[in-house]
Design a protein around this ligand. Structure first.
Ligand SMILES: NC(=O)c1ccc[n+]([C@@H]2O[C@H](COP(=O)([O-])OP(=O)(O)OC[C@H]3O[C@@H](n4cnc5c(N)ncnc54)[C@H](OP(=O)(O)O)[C@@H]3O)[C@@H](O)[C@H]2O)c1
Length: 213
């Protein structure tokens, strides 16, 4: 039986993935978050809550006991520091498989007017730090998959396509439910897309901006 450690388990995509994992799989979950009292579990036989900070290596090493796959749904201006701690902790614990949520634009892969708009919106800290964090992951010897979502909506839809590193990004937006779905598929079959970085967008959303802007 697979056990996944979910870092940032109270995050918006993470909560959708947890719901889907409970309903559609038999995967066990370790839910890692700051301030564990915020987390209500639905099935205590399959979900364990662990309080910790993703910048603190010892918190991560402790949480990695018995874990097969790590799904990092983290955020913040210190995301590079979090990436370093995750890589070091996974190395120390001997856990290899990592699914890492990043963002579109970290390789300057978004073409055209939408790419320009994306730079205007995300330059000045966010893109640079997410790009640095992805480099930390890609320079590690972990079996990683980086997921680069388009701009996120809360639409109740699962519809997505992917692009690979080196290809131009497609579309402008994608639902959090879609990202949760692709994450769940990689937790259930972790042999997919090892050492890949996938852009994820909703088909048919090409344009200069996401529809909600
Ligand atoms: N918004 C967009 O259009 C867009 C597009 C592409 C990619 N993304 C990125 O996709 C990622 C996931 O999105 P989301 O909507 O699920 O984000 P979210 O709801 O903000 O979840 C991120 C989680 O990271 C946790 N976190 C931050 N620092 C931490 C630390 N040091 N230790 C442990 N946990 C920590 C937060 O925990 P706390 O609850 O403790 O704060 C939060 O629950 C984010 O990195 C986001 O930037 C966003």
């Amino acid at each position: 039986m697979t056990t996944v450690l979910i870092l940032g388990a109270n995050g918006k995509i993470a909560r959708l993935a947890e719901d889907q994992l409970l309903k559609q799989t038999d995967v066990n979950m370790k839910l890692f978050l700051r301030k564990a009292s915020r987390m209500q579990t639905s099935d205590s036989s399959r979900q364990t809550v662990v309080e910790g900070d993703a910048t603190v290596k010892s918190d991560l090493v402790d949480a990695l006991a018995g874990v097969d796959v790590v799904y990092a749904n983290l955020a913040g201006s210190n995301i590079e520091q979090q990436a370093k701690a995750v890589v070091q902790a996974m190395d120390e614990a001997g856990v290899k498989r990592l699914i890492w949520i990043s963002t579109l634009g970290i390789y300057d892969e978004v073409p055209g007017k939408y790419g320009e708009w994306n730079h205007q919106m995300l330059d000045g800290g966010y893109l640079e730090t997410y790009s640095a964090a992805a480099k930390v992951i890609e320079s590690s010897d972990l079996d990683y998959t980086i997921i680069r979502p388009a701009w996120l909506s809360n639409n109740d839809i699962i519809s997505y396509e992917t692009t690979r590193k080196g290809e131009p990004f497609k579309g402008t937006e994608v639902s959090r439910k879609s990202i949760a779905d692709i994450v769940v598929k990689h937790i259930v079959d972790p042999s997919q897309d090892v050492h890949e970085s996938l852009g994820v967008n909703q088909p048919g959303t090409d344009g200069d901006k996401p529809s909600f802007y």
